[in-house]
Write a protein that binds this ligand. Sequence first.
Ligand SMILES: [Zn+2]
Length: 92
Amino acid sequence: MLILPPMRSSHQCPKCGHGEVLFVPQIADRDDRDAVRPLALHVRHYDWKDDELGKLEAYVCRSCGYTELYTVHASALVPAKVPGARVLRRGE
Ligand SMILES: [Zn+2]
């Protein structure tokens, strides 16, 4: 199996080979009231604030537009706090 390095470390597109990648540290999303929020895996709503779990960042090829999404601090996420989430391990 050929494994190409991710754009976030190679700064090169694995699809078209272009050597310019745009890093986007926060991706816009909209909530029920159309307010702009950062895109995240899950949001816990409290009366006084929203708590985003697993914010996403993107690496975008400047030629073909191929985009890699990454969850920030993925290893610190607690699966039980994300409804429906479960850890899948190789070989299971
Ligand atoms: Zn590309």
